[in-house]
Structure formats: structure tokens, C-alpha cells
Design a protein around this ligand. Structure first.
Ligand code: GLC
Ligand code: CA
Length: 573
């Protein structure tokens, strides 16, 4: 690459600002859904030995932090997010020793591991809840939220995110327990200091095994408005009512004081309802809470509020507005995460790109976006080979509790299975949970036996083995884009400016660090577009650092003839 000297200088400039420089700003995260990553023992379920066998693959992509979706013991009503025991590994994945071996081997390969920890709720099968349920006088009763029903009705009108009431009555009593998610995921009472201490002890247990941080699942919901007021039935997001409760920041600061200040960790807050107005409180450096949160308004851009079935039209202006808004976190001495998908959303390619004719170009364009933006990039397993949404023929083939609950409810309104399936095809979470596609062999090389969820039939032409052989594959493009970010601190620490926020189909932005400026131009549409650089950008000499079309001839003037989903990254000289 050109300009090695100036890159070295930049690296020095950055390393002089020690307090600003952090490993979790420079890393690239690879999120794994362990159940669907790689099965090593033929039971059809992904496991730790499978991950272990594929560490070199992950390292070859260039990611250096693995974020594992919940690995804890669970009855799997909401697959791993209803935890029965926080200190036991789900037997499907392996043992504690297997986990320790994974952490150690990963460390030797330069990979850190962070764990997804659901702290807002436990399973109804957790010993705490079992005790609470059996005996109203048990000290564990106060680990959860209880309330008497009124005239045979639930205590208030709160609805759960997964369809139906957020209160469930205990058999043989008038007492209801609160669950913002499925009815087997009981909300913990964080107001109780003992609950908080239990969670800190659990976190310490895992930190002392050498992990590098947590994804704090549902953190926006841990503090409740204990008056439990009825809320308006309107079309605002349910999270408007449940998120960012009165004590949440006090709890997070306590977590830092009692635990996290002893470790150099990356804490990623997950949960609906965090937006730019309240995000600085979670992530401003001086507040000592978290390092980054999820940009849910970006992830939910195509989703109507509280509606599983509909689709919301979105456009690039809105998309850019959201991204630009989040990037203003930098004004608050804060950092953030950038992502376009995970195990809770349909595939990034299917939503923001094109699964058909422009599959290759659009997947690479989205990769360019993730790896040149401000914030720590989160890649989700399979996006790096362009995996796309699944279409099963029957509701029975789906595993997600959200799909099942929604279908049960809709059947009562005479919604047909085929109409319902259409919604699942665009919105369902299982789109992103089908087994990873390693090769064109049986079961996509994921397992020797039938896998726990059917593989996507497109594994015959979308798989790692083929892409490794093809120099122009999506996979090999990811490797280039990750490398570009890693060797150029401008992509990590550089200022960010959207140079053309009102363009309807092109996203063009500049990153600048010291004397180094890079320009990213992304055609977010299938339309070929003549994009004209305005003053002052038209006056720079440019050198092309990355482009997703290989036969691109160098264009010198201010006019860029962008092909469908074309992405270009320039250094401005
Ligand atoms: C988070 C998880 C999701 C889970 C939910 C409830 O949003 O990412 O998978 O269903 O929390 O636990
Ligand atoms: Ca297995």
C-alpha cells in the first residue's frame, strides 16, 4: 500500500494519545451463534469443539474478538436466553473445561472472547425462581417482581415483547410475575441489592476465566418504574415505556465500582430504547458505565413498532440520518458499536443489499460500510460469505419462540399459515440462525448428521470452501476490508463527516486523522449512478484503496460512474 510512512506517523500520533487509544476501539468483533456455527460430534448442534476447530478461519477473516451468544445452561424456551444456571455451560456446547480450553487457545491466536450475558431475566427453572415460586416467604421471592391481580386481571396492561401479557399468574394464587419477554423469562428485581451482588459474582466468575468483557443482554430494561403504571395503547415502541428506568445508571456505575474497574474490559450494552438522547449516559467515558451500546434504531429501520408482521419502508436519507446521529456520540467523549445484523434480525444482505443479481456487489458494499464507519464493527457469522434469509415451508420448521407465539395469536384472527410465513420470511429471527455454510457437502459441512435447524439450500453455491478458492469472493473482500481498517488508524480514530447527507442513493463520507483523509463512496442502490464530487473533494488527487468491482478503471475527474452497489474507498492526497 502507498504512503506507508505517513501511516506509521499516524500510528505514532495515535499512540501518543494513550488515554484515548483502546483495544476495544481498534478491534473487529465476530459474533457467533454457537448452536449454528460448527458441530463437531454429530448431534446436529454447534459446540465449542466446533468453534475451536474454526478459530483459524475467524482469525483469517481478521476479526480479533469473538462475541458468543448465550452459552449457559437453559431449558431453551428462548434458546439460551432463559438461563437456568449462570455458572454451567449448556451441555450441548461442552463443559467448563472445554470453555477454558477455548479461551486459552483463542488467546494464543490473538483472539479475545466476550460473552453474551442476559441479566434482565432468568428462566422460570432457575433455582432462585423455583424457590420464590414455592414459598412466598423465601428470600428469593424478592429476586423477582410480583404483584397481585385485580378482579382476576393482570396488575397492569403491560405487554411482552414476544406477544401476550407481560404478567403470568402463578397457579393457585393471585400473584403475577413480570416478564417483559417470554413467560419463562422472569424479570429479575434489580432493586434488590442481593440480586445485583449475585450478578456481579457471576460476572467475576467468568472474567476470572480470562474473558474480555460482556454483551449485556437487555441492559436497558433492568431498572423498572416500580409504580407499574398502565401505559398508553398507542403505536409507540413498547421500549419507550420499559427502557432506561430510573436507577439503571446507578446500577451500572455500581457494577463498575464493585467489579469492572479491576478489569480492562469491553462492555457492550444491548437493549431496545437506547437512542442518541440517552446513549451518552451509558457510554460517555467519564461516567464509567459501558463502552458501547446497540444502535437499535438502525437495526429496526424496516420494522413497524410492536408489529411482527408488517414491513416498514425505509430510505437511505433516513439510514444516513440515523448513522450520522449516532456518530455524534464522539462529541460526548464516547464510543459506539456499528452493525447491521445479528441473531435477532434477518440477514443483513437480504435487508440492506440484494440477494439476487447484485449479491456479490451489495454484500461487499455493506462490508465496506461496516469497516470504514466510526465505531467498533460487529460482523455476524455468515455475513462474510453473503448468507441470506431462509424460507421454510411450514411454521413447524421454525424454532424461534417469537414466531411460535405470534402464530398462535394470529391463528385466532384467521391468519393463514402462508400469509403468516410471508411475514416470517422478511422479519423472522431464524433467518440469521440457520447453520453456517462451510462447504457444498451434506448439511453444508456444518454437521455429519441432520442439523438442529435445516440448512439454507443455497449452501450449494454460498459456502466458505468455494469462497476461499475465489480471489474475488465476498469472503476475500472482507479480509481486504478488515485489513485496510487495521493498518489505517484513520478508520478507527479519524473524525467522521458525511459529505453529502441529502443524496438519495449514495452515502459518501470522509474520515480524517491528522493529515490523512480517506473518502468512502457507497452506492446503496441497484441503479448505476453518476456521482459528482462537490468542492472541495473534486480538487483532491485520489488513490483508490478499495473497490468492490475488480475491473474498475481509475477515474481522475470529479465524476464517478458508480455501478450497482459500487463501493470505493480513496485516500485523498
Ligand atoms: C436479547 C437477545 C435475544 C433475546 C432477548 C430476550 O434481545 O439478543 O436473542 O431473545 O434478549 O432475552
Ligand atoms: Ca455438537
Amino acid at each position: 500500500m502507498k504512503d506507508q510512512v505517513s501511516i506509521q506517523e499516524l500510528q505514532e500520533q495515535v499512540s501518543n494519545q494513550q488515554s484515548y487509544k483502546k483495544w476495544w476501539k481498534e478491534c473487529v468483533v465476530y459474533q457467533i451463534y454457537p448452536r449454528s456455527f460448527k458441530d463437531s460430534n454429530g448431534d446436529g448442534i454447534g459446540d465449542f469443539s466446533g468453534i475451536l476447530a474454526k478459530l483459524d478461519y475467524i482469525a483469517s477473516v481478521g476479526a480479533n474478538v469473538l462475541c458468543l451468544c448465550s452459552i449457559f445452561d437453559s431449558p431453551n424456551d428462548n434458546i439460551g436466553y432463559d438461563i437456568r444456571d449462570y455458572r454451567t455451560i449448556h451441555p450441548d456446547f461442552g463443559t467448563l473445561e472445554d470453555f477454558e480450553a477455548l479461551v486459552e487457545t483463542a488467546r494464543k491466536k490473538g483472539l479475545k472472547i466476550i460473552l453474551d450475558l442476559p441479566i434482565n431475566h432468568t428462566s422460570t427453572r432457575h433455582v432462585w425462581f423455583q424457590a420464590a415460586q414455592q414459598n412466598p416467604n423465601s428470600p428469593y421471592r424478592n429476586y423477582y417482581h410480583w404483584k397481585r391481580g385485580e378482579n382476576g386481571k393482570p396488575p397492569n396492561n403491560w405487554q411482552s415483547f414476544f406477544v401476550g401479557n407481560a404478567w403470568t399468574k402463578l397457579d393457585g394464587s393471585d400473584d403475577y410475575y413480570l416478564h417483559l419477554f417470554s413467560k419463562t423469562q422472569v424479570d429479575l428485581n434489580w432493586e434488590n441489592p442481593q440480586v445485583r451482588q449475585e450478578i456481579y459474582r457471576i460476572m467475576r466468575f467468568w472474567l476470572d476465566k480470562g474473558i474480555a468483557g460482556f454483551r449485556l443482554d437487555g441492559v436497558s430494561f433492568i431498572s423498572k418504574n416500580l409504580d407499574l403504571p398502565n401505559h398508553l395503547i398507542d403505536n409507540r415502541h413498547l421500549a419507550t415505556y420499559y427502557a432506561n428506568g430510573p436507577q439503571v445508571h446507578q446500577y451500572l456505575q455500581e457494577m463498575h465500582q464493585e467489579l469492572l474497574k479491576e478489569y480492562d474490559v469491553m462492555m457492550v450494552g444491548e437493549g431496545l430504547g437506547i437512542d442518541l438522547k440517552n446513549a451518552p449516559k451509558y457510554v460517555s467515558d467519564e461516567r464509567k458505565e459501558l463502552q458501547m451500546v446497540y444502535p437499535f434504531d438502525l437495526l429496526e429501520i424496516d420494522r413497524p413498532k410492536n408489529d411482527f408482521y408488517g414491513v416498514r419502508m425505509w430510505n437511505l436519507l433516513e439510514f444516513k440520518h440515523i448513522v450520522n446521529k449516532w456518530n455524534r456520540l464522539s462529541e460526548h467523549n464516547a464510543w459506539n458499536a456499528i452493525m447491521l445484523g445479528n441473531h435477532d434480525f434477518p440477514r443483513m444482505l437480504s435487508r440492506f443489499g440484494d440477494e439476487g443479481t447484485h449479491r456479490q456487489a451489495s454484500a461487499k458494499m455493506l462490508a465496506t460500510f461496516l469497516l470504514t464507519q466510526w465505531g467498533t464493527p460487529f460482523l455476524y457469522q455468515g455475513d462474510e460469505i453473503g448468507m441470506s434469509n431462509i424460507r421454510f415451508n411450514s411454521v413447524d420448521d421454525y424454532k424461534d419462540v417469537w414466531v411460535k407465539n405470534a402464530y398462535e395469536k394470529l391463528k385466532k384472527y384467521n391468519v393463514t399459515e402462508s400469509a403468516f410465513l410471508k411475514a416470517v420470511y422478511t422479519n423472522g429471527r431464524d433467518n440469521a440462525r440457520t447453520p453456517f455454510q462451510w462447504s457444498d457437502e451434506a448439511n453444508a459441512g456444518f454437521s455429519d448428521k441432520e442439523s438442529w435447524m435445516s440448512v439454507n439450500a443455497n449452501y450449494e453455491y454460498i459456502n466458505v470452501k468455494d469462497e476461499q478458492k475465489d480471489a474475488n469472493s465476498i469472503l476475500n473482500y472482507y479480509k481486504k476490508a478488515v485489513r485496510l481498517r487495521k493498518v489505517n488508524p484513520t478508520f478507527v480514530y479519524g473524525d467522521y463527516v458525511d459529505i453529502d447527507p441529502y443524496h438519495e442513493t449514495v452515502f459518501a463520507y470522509k474520515r480524517k486523522l491528522g493529515d490523512d483523509s480517506v473518502l468512502v463512496v457507497l452506492n446503496f442502490s441497484r441503479k448505476p449512478t453518476l456521482y459528482v464530487l462537490e468542492v472541495p473533494y473534486r480538487f483532491y488527487y485520489r488513490s483508490l484503496l478499495l473497490c468492490n468491482y475488480t475491473d474498475r478503471e481509475e477515474e481522475k475527474g470529479p465524476e464517478l460512474s458508480l455501478r450497482p452497489y459500487e463501493a470505493r474507498v480513496y485516500r485523498l492526497l
